[in-house]
Ligand binder design. Sequence first.
Ligand SMILES: *[C@@H]1O[C@H](CO)[C@@H](O)[C@H](O)[C@H]1NC(C)=O
Ligand SMILES: *[C@@H]1O[C@H](CO)[C@@H](O)[C@H](O)[C@H]1NC(C)=O
Length: 267
Amino acid sequence: MRMEKNMHFLSFLLIVLQCGMALGQKTSNVDELLNWCLDAKHHKKLPGPEGDLFKQCTPWKRRACCTEEVTRKIHEDSPYSFNYNHCMHQTGKAMSRECHKHFKQDHCFYECSPNVGPFVVSEKRSWRKERYFNAPLCASDCEAWFNSCANDYTCTDNWSRNFEWLESSQCSSDTKCTTNFCPKGADCKTFKEIYQTAQNFCEKVWDHAWKYTNDSSPCMRLWFDGIRENPNDLIAKHYAFQIAGAESLSGSLQFLIAMVVLMWTVY
Ligand SMILES: *[C@@H]1O[C@H](CO)[C@@H](O)[C@H](O)[C@H]1NC(C)=O
Ligand SMILES: *[C@@H]1O[C@H](CO)[C@@H](O)[C@H](O)[C@H]1NC(C)=O
């Protein structure tokens, strides 16, 4: 009788520990974490080589989650009909080329990167079931992005959530499409006024996709030449092993508790 009770207690402990582990990442398998493509509208199932990716997305072509078609759309309009010139109607100004260039690079990373596994969380939206959360972005890449956009205009800090998506007349003829408009009553201001700092910008614009991270810590690069390795492969490895390490620690803890409970039952 006592034995049975203890076994129940043991199962309970194991379940608690398992749940604790499952909360953060979707797996602790290093191989899977290092070969992850988001479950989202345009992504491939698994990363692999692409013959030719378009312009700024080229550095990912040796191992990519994107197809050539998507990378072409990133440059020609936007795979989501996202309107970067959403302040045009208030300010008469389109987004500067330099600023747009950084957003395109960020978009290449979003569609193409096979390195986001350690940061993937679930999300329920019509166009994706997964996103990355608090991925470490190197401070210098973030600063360069923000500096290029400082004098451009926007009307909201949280671009993932705050825009109104309405039908647009500017869409190409195929099917109906919607595009983003400023929230009602939102005034266009400069990025500098809306965000103040580079860190605030990088972390808020895509709702915590990025975490501003000191260059001297392991962090992701938006800009790399792609002739050599993708520098983010190493960074992903660092975080994947950290996750696997935490998991094996929790495994050891489970073993220890199992032994203690077993000895307690037997003696
Ligand atoms: C963006 O908006 C969503 C929904 O309102 C909110 O939950 C989230 O905290 C916001 N993120 C930021 C960075 O402000
Ligand atoms: C970045 O890390 C270096 C070395 O650890 C440190 O000296 C520096 O103060 C840090 N910078 C910031 C902005 O935290």
